[in-house]
Design a protein around this ligand. Structure first.
Ligand code: GCU
Length: 619
C-alpha cells in the first residue's frame, strides 16, 4: 500500500472520527435541551369557557438570556423557569426573584408599557401564580393568543411547550404539570429578529414583543373537539358541509352539529382518523353578506365535549375576472389595517380596538379590509363577522425571507396551518394571502407556490392571493409576476405619486395586466401628518395625500380586471423605518386617520368614492 494511499485512508478515518464526535456532541447538547410536546391548535378556543390568566405578570428583562442559558450557552436545568425562592443555607446565590420584579400587563406588548422597553429586542421573563382545581377525566391546555416572537412556557418548573411565530394562537398541554391548589406559570418571550425568522429582519412595523394577546387555561374532557370546519357548499344549495375532528375520538363514536335557529341537526360517525364528515341540508338559511352579516349559533358536540360557535354562512369563488360572493359579482371597497391600537398605540388585541378600527372602516364605506401583514386577533375577526366586513388575512411572508432555507419554509407552513386551522370558520375571511412584496425570482416563486398548494389543501373553500410588486416600462405598469399563476386573485402594490413620480403621473399611466383573474390593488397611498396643511404638491401635507387619491381612483378604475382595493392604510402605525422628526416620529403616516383618531382630507375623498360607488363596477 503506497504512502499516498495510506495517508488518504488515515485522513478519511480522521474525517469520519470528527463527524462522529460532532454527532455525539450534538446529541449531548440535545440531551441538555429539554424537549417539550408541540403545542396544538384549538379551533374556536375563544368560544370555550376558560380561566383567564390575563392581568399583571411579574417580569424580568434578560438581554443575555442568562435565565435559560449557562455561560457555555447550555440550557440550564435550574433557570428562572423554576421560580426558585432563595433559602437560608443555600450553597448557591439565587439572582432573580419574580415576587419583587416589576409587572407587565398581559395581553399587551411590552414596548408601550415601559419607556425603557420601547426599543427593546430580546428575551423577557413573565411569571404568574394561579390556583387551579383539575377535574377527573379532563385535560388542561395553556391557551396563548399570541406571543411575539419565540416563546417558552413552564408550569410549576416543568417545560410544557415552545413556540415560534408572533401572530398565531397555540395551546400547550399542562395536564401533567398542573396540580390542585397553588401553581405558577413562567414564560420566556424573545422578540429578537433573526434572518431565518418569519418575518425576517426587515419589517415596516414595530417589533412589539411580549404576550400580546390573551392567555388562559382551557379545560376539556379527555376526548375533545380540537378542530372543525363548517361552511356552505358551493355546489349544493342549502347544504352545510365540513368536518369535526375529535382528539382521542374512537370510530364507534359520533359528532353532532346543531343549528337550533334553523331546526337543523346532523349526527356523523367519527372515522379512524378522529374526523367526522359533516353534510346536511338546512332550510331558510339567511346567507352572510357585508350588508346582512347574519350569524347563527352552531352547537358542535362529541362525547361529553361541546363548542358553541357563532358563525355566518356564505360562499365565495372566482370566475374569470369576477369575485362571486354567494354567486353574485362583488367589488371589494376596502382599506388596509395594521393591528396598531388606536389612541394608546401598541399591538391591538381588544374588542374595543377592533370595534374602533373596523368602525372607521365602515364609516369610510368599506365592505372589505386587508388585515396586514400577519394573522390578526380573533377579536378582530369576530368583529368583522359581526360588523359585515370581508377580510383578506395574511401569513407574515413579508419582503425577502430566506426562500432557499427549508427550515424557513417549515416555519411559514406552521404559521399558515395555525392561521387557517384557528380562523377557518369566520364567514368574513374570503382571502388567504400567502405573501407581501416578495422578490420576483424562481426560488421565491417555488416557496410560495408550496404555501399556496398547502392552503388549498387545508381550505378549498376560500381564494388564495398575495400582494405582488409590479414592474415599470416607460409609462406603463406591468403585472406579470409568475407567482400570479398560483393565485386565484392577484394583489398588487403600487405607489405612483409617493415612492415614484408625481400624483398626476397616474393620469397617463397604462396598465398591462397579464392575468385574466380578479385583481385587487392591495396598496397605494401617500404619507401625511394630520393637521399639516399646504399646497397639493407639498409632501407630508393632507392636501398632497388627498391629491394622490384624487389621481389614483380614476386610474385604477381603468383596469378591466379591478375587483377591489385596499389603500395603504386606515390608521398611522409605529414603524422603525420612519424617523423624520416632527412629521413621522417613528410612525408611518400613510394612514387616512392619525393614531389619535384625526381624519385626514384623503379620508373624505375615499369615503365619497365608496359611498357613491364611483370606484369599480357598482354592486
Ligand atoms: C409597502 C409595504 C408596507 C409598507 C408600505 C409603506 O408596500 O407592504 O408594509 O408599510 O409599503 O412603505 O408605507
Amino acid at each position: 500500500m503506497t504512502a499516498l494511499v495510506a495517508r488518504s485512508v488515515a485522513s478519511r478515518a480522521f474525517v469520519a472520527l470528527r463527524a462522529l464526535l460532532i454527532v455525539l456532541a450534538v446529541c449531548f447538547l440535545a440531551r441538555s435541551v429539554v424537549a417539550a410536546p408541540a403545542p396544538i391548535v384549538l379551533t374556536g378556543a375563544d368560544r370555550r369557557p376558560a380561566t383567564s390568566l390575563n392581568g399583571d405578570w411579574a417580569s424580568i428583562v434578560d438581554p443575555y438570556f442568562s435565565g435559560l442559558f449557562s455561560f457555555h450557552h447550555e440550557e440550564k436545568k435550574n433557570g428562572y423557569f423554576m421560580n426558585y425562592k432563595a433559602k437560608a443555607g443555600d450553597t448557591f446565590p439565587t439572582e432573580y426573584d419574580f415576587s419583587k420584579a416589576p409587572k407587565l400587563k398581559v395581553p399587551g406588548d411590552w414596548n408601550t408599557q415601559r419607556e425603557s422597553l420601547m426599543f427593546y429586542e430580546g428575551p423577557i421573563w413573565y411569571e404568574k401564580d394561579f390556583t387551579y382545581q383539575p377535574r377527573e377525566h379532563t385535560r388542561v391546555f395553556l391557551h396563548v393568543g399570541a406571543a411575539n416572537y419565540h416563546s417558552w412556557f413552564w408550569v410549576n418548573g416543568q417545560k410544557v411547550c415552545e413556540h415560534e411565530g408572533g401572530f398565531t394562537a397555540f395551546n400547550c398541554e399542562v395536564t401533567q404539570a398542573i396540580h390542585s391548589g397553588g401553581n405558577f406559570v413562567v414564560a420566556a418571550v424573545d422578540n429578537t429578529r433573526h434572518e431565518d425568522n418569519v418575518p425576517t429582519l426587515e419589517t415596516d412595523w414595530w417589533n412589539y414583543g411580549g404576550l400580546t394577546r390573551e392567555v388562559s387555561l382551557i379545560e376539556v374532557p379527555d376526548i375533545f373537539i380540537d378542530q372543525y370546519d363548517l361552511h356552505l357548499s358551493r355546489e349544493e344549495e342549502g347544504v352545510i358541509e365540513g368536518w369535526v375532528h375529535v382528539a382521542g375520538g374512537q370510530s364507534d363514536e359520533k359528532a353532532d352539529v346543531e343549528i337550533a335557529d334553523l331546526h337543523a341537526k346532523t349526527t356523523a360517525q367519527i372515522g379512524a382518523d378522529g374526523r367526522a364528515a359533516i353534510h346536511f341540508k338546512v332550510q331558510g338559511l339567511e346567507r352572510w353578506t357585508p350588508e346582512t352579516p347574519k350569524l347563527y349559533k352552531v352547537a358542535i358536540r362529541a362525547g361529553s365535549d361541546s363548542v358553541d360557535e357563532l358563525m355566518g354562512f356564505r360562499t365565495v369563488e372566482a370566475k374569470g375576472t369576477e369575485i362571486l360572493l354567494n354567486g353574485k359579482p362583488i367589488f371589494l371597497r376596502g382599506v388596509s389595517v395594521h393591528a396598531e391600537a388606536p389612541y394608546r398605540t401598541g399591538r391591538a388585541y381588544s374588542d374595543k380596538d377592533a370595534e374602533t378600527l373596523l368602525g372607521w372602516a365602515k364609516e369610510l364605506g368599506c365592505n372589505f379590509v386587508r388585515l396586514a401583514h400577519y394573522p390578526h386577533d380573533e377579536t378582530m375577526l369576530r368583529a368583522a363577522d359581526r360588523m359585515g366586513l370581508l377580510v383578506w388575512s395574511e401569513n407574515p411572508v413579508y419582503w425577502a425571507l430566506q426562500f432557499d432555507n427549508p427550515k424557513v419554509l417549515g416555519k411559514a407552513e406552521q404559521q399558515l396551518d395555525e392561521e387557517i386551522n384557528t380562523s377557518r370558520n369566520h364567514a368574513a375571511i374570503i382571502l388567504w394571502s400567502m405573501a407581501n412584496e416578495t422578490p420576483n425570482n424562481p426560488v421565491r416563486t417555488q416557496f410560495i407556490e408550496t404555501l399556496a398548494k398547502r392552503a388549498r389543501g387545508l381550505d378549498p373553500t376560500r381564494l388564495i392571493t398575495a400582494a405582488l410588486l409590479v414592474r415599470a416600462k416607460g409609462d406603463s405598469k406591468i403585472v406579470d409576476d409568475p407567482l400570479g399563476q398560483a393565485l386565484d386573485v392577484i394583489g398588487i402594490n403600487e405607489y405612483i405619486g409617493w415612492y415614484e413620480a408625481h400624483p398626476e403621473t397616474a393620469d397617463t399611466t397604462q396598465w398591462q395586466i397579464d392575468y385574466q383573474k380578479p385583481l385587487i390593488v392591495s396598496e397605494f397611498g401617500a404619507g401625511a401628518k394630520a393637521g399639516l396643511h399646504g399646497g397639493e404638491n407639498d409632501r407630508w401635507t393632507e392636501e398632497y395625500q388627498a391629491n394622490v387619491f384624487r389621481h389614483q381612483l380614476p386610474m385604477l378604475n381603468k383596469i378591466a380586471q379591478l375587483r377591489g382595493m385596499s389603500p395603504w392604510l386606515l390608521m398611522d402605525f409605529r414603524s422603525p423605518n420612519r424617523p423624520l422628526a416632527g412629521i413621522q416620529d417613528e410612525f408611518n403616516r400613510k394612514g387616512l386617520i392619525s393614531d389619535q383618531g384625526k381624519k385626514k382630507a384623503a379620508f373624505y375623498i375615499l369615503q365619497k368614492a365608496y359611498k357613491e360607488k364611483t370606484v369599480g363596477k357598482p354592486n
